[in-house]
Each structure stands twice: as structure tokens, then as C-alpha cells.
Design a protein around this ligand. Structure first.
Ligand code: 13P
Length: 692
């Protein structure tokens, strides 16, 4: 059994790691290249003939959201945040992606699905197999989401969620404004374009197969060179298909032509020694013209310093003219394939600086180099140097800004959790309990005694309000509401008794029969109530309930499975005569000390000095503690220390939110029995909160 559990645990967490790392990586590479992801989305839309209907800004927003969503799901799975919900979302994501990639693999309308941006290129079938593995892993997580232990406690998860969303959206926006943080394309800084176009010696070239269609006696048949028939067959037609691609160099579609198509200047540009600038704009009609002044300034700088400046576009003559009209551009335009230009730089327009055919600088139009007639030659500027260690520097920034804060948070959270766990362990340690008298072991209770207040509707409304408030904001103590008989059955219908228990204020001293107007313990129990208040001074005083009658009532209540809140307390004269201890002892002896120790476990004692009830005159915390300690000592004398330590002793009498914390802080006061202040949810909540 244990072995099976361990294996399941390992499987779930391996799946968690596979999913989270894949999602984080694929989400991040998409998010930092929003334009690249947008181009891919547009490719998909074009395949299904929807390209022209969806505006560019929609595909751009969708690409930012897609990358961000994948990244966030990956991080949330890694940290096991909202495990159930997030694993369902991952499954939904994979349930959409897997059939989509199957269609891609079968129909092959797009060569590279774009799962990992330009970072890792998979064939469509490889992508499909990868998705099958991820789908299976997502199913495992969905079945056993709780098998993923949290890296961060629930209360602190929001920090990871918020920080991750901000980080990825900020990264995505910055990459959109400037250029992708990491450039996985063959035109990255440091790439020698000419070298990228070379086919190494001995590399396999593309393979073709030709089939011939021939005819004999009216019958047509296809042949290849291997089984070409004799001359009795007449040649009709032939077709040649490429059966393998052979070696494809990383750069295979780069060329620069004059706009009239008469000259190809690719080689002269790439072979030139020294610096040349390439202004790249796949579509001049869609290019951002806000920074044309900076471009013109760089062009002038090039003129002054004899650096060639080529503007490459795939636009038509009209597009070029339009750009010239609005920007006054004087530089020469050349033609290059649109996809190639989009691949070279993720900015329209963007600027590339070549030195001896090697890319040494790339800038978005928002972030162009500041070069003007005063600037020195490129060799003496930072722009003319190949950037050093830019990848290490970028990775360090991510570590510093994202990974390190999360690691520190996780560390702090785990330390906090560990100390909490140690404390809990200490509390539950039996030996520790033996040596240390812990008041915390006993149940803490705040009980309301509505007395003869509230009609049915008002009572239901109050109970509903308490039920909702306490279910949303769980109390740190047991809460009981004791209501008139008429409320019990209705309230029991909706009250979540795991959070608020229900009790009656009285029950009959007879089991059943001709006792007009009485309500038996069995009847109380049948409403769904769990407690009953007995021995309240108002019942003793106004209705003549003697210790003997109360003894009967207690017996019947316990017999019917009710717990008893048994009230004791002295009058003012008795206190003034210093007889309070004798009075409470006599009350306990008269009605409950006849119980067995086992039965006594169902008794909660409520000490309510009569002079404090409804008078606004509370016993001081010291007075109350003194007599509570005395009550506990006589329970210990009767039933032993252990039972006494487990008995909850509540204080009642003008207890309210303002004095509850001081009273409840005393070691022998385990809560309160509240009259007037239990009739308003806010007042009652204030007392319950004293335990927080
Ligand atoms: P008050 O809280 O209104 O003083 O009443 C106490 C009480 O009698 C609870 O049973």
C-alpha cells in the first residue's frame, strides 16, 4: 500500500516537473518574442482562410496572452498553486493543442508549429508526440492534483501569482517595445550571414524522384528509372518530386536586389569589409514612422562617414514612395523576401549593423543608436563593438529580478511553515502535555444565549448572517448558538454545525407524556440541536428549578445525546458574604457531580455570577479567573486532573467584545456564555474574534 502511494507520488511529481518546465520554457520563448508569435498565429489564420478578417492588434494581443498564459500555468504547476484548477486548465490546454498538432502533422499546412518559438524547431510529428506525452502528464495531474506538494503556503500564493503575471507581461511588453531578450534566429548578434548561407562540403543535397508515364496498347502505366520498360512503350509524360530536402543551411533565403530586379547585390553587401547599416522593414505601409527623424540622422551620419546604408523591404514601389513622402527618406531601397525580413529583426522598421558581414548590432525603431554629425567614427563608439557576454548578462537579470525573489519568498515561507509545524508538534506532544499544564488543549467556546428574544424570522436572519460570516472567516474557537425552541428546527436546516453548533435554552425534566407546554430532551435532539443550557440562574430564580430538577434534566439530556452547558453562579449577597466558592460547589454537587467521569466529558460549565448578568457589571478578569481556577480544582478533586484539564469553563455576565480579550486571556477561562451581545452578529463576532 505504502509502495503504491510512493510510486504514485513520484509519478505525479515527475509529470508536474515535465509539464511545468515545458510550459515555462515554451511560454517564455513565445512571450519574449510577441511579434514572432503573432506571425505564427497569422500563418495559422491564413491556412484556414481567416487571415484577412482578423486585425493585427488582435493577433498581437493574443500572442502576448498565449505566451503569458503558458508561462503562468507552468510556474503555477511548479509551485502547486491552486492545484486542482490549474491542472484542469493545463488539461484543457493540452486537449485543444493535441488534436491541433495531429492535424498539423497529417495535413502539414505549416512546417514548424512554433511551440517553442524559434528556440527549438520540431517537426510536426515530433510536436504531436511531445503533446501526447504532455497530455498524459496533464491527465495524471488532473486525477491526483493533491499529490503535488506545495512549495509555498496557500496564504502566500497570491504573491507568486501576481509577481509572475507582472513579470511575464512586463517582459513581453519590453520585448515588443525593443527586441526579444534572446534571439534564437540565424541573424542573431554574432552571426556571419554569409557563413550561415554556406553548404558544407559533402553535405547531402536534396533528392528528387522522377516518374514516367508510358502507354502500350491503350494501357497507361507509371515507371521509374529503375524499371523503365522497352521501346514497345510510348512516352506520354513525366513528373519529378522532391523526396528529401537534404542539408538546408540556416540562412537559405537571404538576397538583396535592386527594386527593378536588375541587380543582386547580396554578395557585395555581405563580403564588404567594414561597417554597413541595414534598415529592415518587411512592410513600409505598416511600418511605425514615429522615429523617422532618428533614422534620417543615422543615414546622414553614414553619409558623412562613408558607411553604406541599405533599406531592405518587401514593399511595392507605391509602398516605398509612400514612406518617402511621409518621412522624406533619401536612402536607397532594395528588395528582400518578406519572411526573411520578418525573421531578421522583430521590429518594423528595425536597424542592423554589419561588420565584415557579421551582425554586431540590432535595434528596434524605439531604441535606435544615438548617432549624429558630432558622433565619432563607429570604431570609437559602443555601437561599433561586438557586445560582450550579453546572454550571461540577460540570464543574470532574469535570475535577479524573477528567480531570486521567488526563491527568497519560498525560503521565507518554508521557514515560517516549519516553525509553525514545530510549534504544533510541541502542542500535540503528549510528554510535553504531562509536564506543562496547557490551557490550550481544552476546547475554546463562545456560546450565545438568545434567551426570550427574536421572533422566528429575525432569529433565522441572525443565524443566517452568522452562518455566512463564520463560514467565510473560520473562527478560532467552537461557536454555539442557543435559541428558543421555536427556532431550532428551522435553523438546523441551514446551519453548518461543523462551524456553529446549535443548542436549546432548556428542556423538560420528564421524558415524555402529559406535561402541557414542556419540550423534552428527545424533542430538542430531534430538531438537530447538539447542546442544551441547563441551570441558568434565570430558570433557577424565576421558575424554581431546584438542584434535583436540574439533575433530572441533565440525565435526560445526556441520555438523548445532548451536551450540557451547565450554569452556576452566586448572587450579589452571596459574593458580598464571600460565599461564592461554596455556592458553585453546591450547585455542581447538587446536579452534575453524580455523573460518571465519562458522562462528565459532555458537560461544559458556565460560571455566571448573577450580579453580572444583564447588569453591565462584569466580574473583573482576576475575580473570574480566581473562581474558574477554584471550579477546576473541585472538578479535579472529583474526577481527576485529566478530566478537569479537559473541561471547558465559560464565563457569562455582561461579556462583550471590549472585555472578552482580557477575560479569555486568563488560563482557566475557556470562553464565554453571552446573552445580550449575542443578539447582533457584529457584537457576537467581536467576542468570537477575541480568540484570534
Ligand atoms: P448577558 O451577557 O446579557 O449579561 O447575559 C449573560 C447570560 O445570562 C448568558 O447566559
Amino acid at each position: 500500500m505504502h509502495a503504491r502511494k510512493a510510486i504514485t507520488g513520484i509519478l505525479v511529481n515527475v509529470c508536474r516537473l515535465v509539464i511545468s518546465l515545458t510550459f515555462i520554457f515554451s511560454g517564455y520563448v513565445k512571450a519574449i518574442d510577441p511579434l514572432g508569435t503573432q506571425y505564427k498565429l497569422q500563418d495559422y489564420l491564413n491556412v484556414v482562410q481567416l487571415g484577412q478578417y482578423v486585425p493585427d492588434y488582435i493577433t498581437l494581443v493574443a500572442s502576448v496572452l498565449l505566451g503569458g498564459l503558458e508561462f503562468c500555468l507552468g510556474v503555477f504547476i511548479l509551485f502547486a498553486i491552486h492545484r486542482r484548477l490549474v491542472s484542469r486548465l493545463v488539461l484543457l490546454f493540452m486537449a485543444i493543442m493535441t488534436p491541433l498538432t495531429l492535424w498539423l502533422a497529417v495535413a502539414n499546412p505549416i512546417k514548424d508549429c512554433g511551440c517553442f518559438g524559434d528556440a527549438v524547431i520540431l517537426t510536426n510529428w515530433e510536436t504531436f508526440y511531445k503533446n501526447i506525452v504532455l497530455l498524459a502528464a496533464a491527465i495524471v495531474l488532473c486525477v491526483k492534483p493533491l499529490g503535488m506538494p506545495r512549495f509555498i503556503s496557500r496564504s502566500n500564493q497570491w504573491i507568486v501569482v501576481t509577481y509572475t503575471i507582472i513579470f511575464i507581461l512586463f517582459s513581453s511588453s519590453m520585448c515588443l517595445y525593443t527586441l526579444p531578450t534572446f534571439d534564437f534566429r540565424p541573424y542573431h548578434i554574432g552571426a556571419n550571414i554569409k557563413k550561415g548561407m554556406e553548404i558544407p562540403e559533402g553535405a547531402k543535397g536534396p533528392e528528387f524522384e522522377t516518374t514516367f508515364i508510358l502507354e502500350k496498347n491503350g494501357q497507361r502505366k507509371e515507371f521509374t528509372l529503375d524499371n523503365y520498360p522497352d521501346s514497345t512503350w510510348t512516352f506520354i509524360d513525366s513528373k519529378t518530386v522532391q523526396i528529401s530536402e537534404g542539408y538546408v543551411p540556416p540562412i537559405h533565403d537571404f538576397s538583396i536586389q535592386t527594386t527593378d530586379g536588375s541587380e543582386d547585390i547580396t554578395d557585395s553587401v555581405l563580403s564588404r569589409r567594414g561597417y554597413s547599416f541595414l534598415l529592415i522593414s518587411p512592410h513600409l505601409e505598416k511600418a511605425d514612422d514615429t522615429n523617422f527623424g532618428d533614422i534620417d540622422q543615422i543615414y546622414e551620419y553614414c553619409q558623412n562617414n562613408n558607411y553604406p546604408f541599405y533599406a531592405l523591404t518587401a514593399s511595392t514601389d507605391e509602398g516605398i514612395q509612400h514612406w518617402r513622402d511621409i518621412t522624406g527618406a533619401e536612402y536607397q531601397f532594395y528588395l528582400t523576401d518578406e519572411t526573411t525580413l520578418k525573421t531578421i529583426i522583430r521590429s518594423n522598421p528595425g536597424l542592423l549593423l554589419l561588420k565584415d558581414g557579421v551582425v554586431i548590432g540590432k535595434w528596434s525603431h524605439n531604441d535606435l543608436p544615438q548617432l549624429n554629425d558630432q558622433s565619432p567614427k563607429l570604431e570609437r563608439t559602443e555601437y561599433g563593438q561586438m557586445p560582450q557576454n550579453s546572454v550571461t548578462c540577460k540570464i543574470s537579470k532574469i535570475v535577479l529580478w524573477y528567480i531570486l525573489p521567488l526563491l527568497l519568498l519560498t525560503f521565507a515561507d518554508r521557514t515560517w511553515k516549519f516553525t509553525k509545524w514545530i510549534k504544533e508538534k510541541e502542542h500535540s506532544n503528549k510528554i510535553y502535555q504531562l509536564f506543562k499544564r496547557k490551557k490550550n488543549m481544552r476546547k475554546k467556546i463562545v456560546a450565545g444565549n438568545w434567551k426570550m428574544n427574536m421572533n422566528l424570522q429575525d432569529g433565522i436572519a441572525l443565524a443566517k448572517e452568522l452562518n455566512e460570516t463564520l463560514n467565510n472567516n473560520k473562527p478560532n474557537c467552537g461557536v454555539i448558538i442557543c435559541t428558543p425552541f421555536i427556532h431550532l428546527a428551522s435553523i438546523a436546516q441551514f446551519l453548518n454545525q461543523d462551524v456553529i453548533a446549535l443548542g436549546a435554552e432548556n428542556c423538560a425534566d420528564k421524558e415524555k407524556g402529559a406535561f402541557t407546554g414542556e419540550v423534552s430532551a428527545e424533542m430538542v435532539k430531534s430538531t438537530g440541536a447538539q447542546y442544551v443550557i441547563l441551570g441558568h440562574s434565570e430558570r433557577r430564580g424565576y421558575y424554581g428549578e431546584t438542584p434535583e430538577i436540574l439533575k433530572e434534566k441533565v440525565q435526560l439530556a445526556l441520555k438523548n445525546g445532548l451536551k450540557v452547558i451547565f450554569c452556576i453562579g452566586e448572587s450579589l449577597e452571596e459574593r458580598e458574604a464571600g460565599k461564592q466558592n461554596d455556592v458553585v460547589k453546591a450547585e455542581l454537587e447538587g446536579s452534575v457531580f453524580n455523573l460518571t467521569a465519562e458522562e462528565f466529558k459532555n458537560i461544559v460549565i458556565a460560571y455566571e455570577p448573577i450580579w453580572a448578568i444583564g447588569t453591565g457589571k462584569t466580574a473583573t478578569a482576576e475575580q473570574a479567573e480566581e473562581i474558574h481556577a477554584y471550579i477546576r480544582s473541585i472538578v479535579a478533586e472529583k474526577y481527576g486532573k485529566e478530566v478537569a484539564e479537559d473541561t471547558s469553563i465559560l464565563y457569562g455576565g455582561s461579556c462583550k467584545a471590549s472585555n472578552a480579550p482580557e477575560l479569555f486571556a486568563k488560563p482557566d477561562i475557556d470562553g464565554g456564555l453571552i446573552g445580550g451581545a449575542s443578539l447582533k452578529a457584529a457584537d457576537f463576532m467581536g467576542i468570537i474574534d477575541a480568540w484570534k
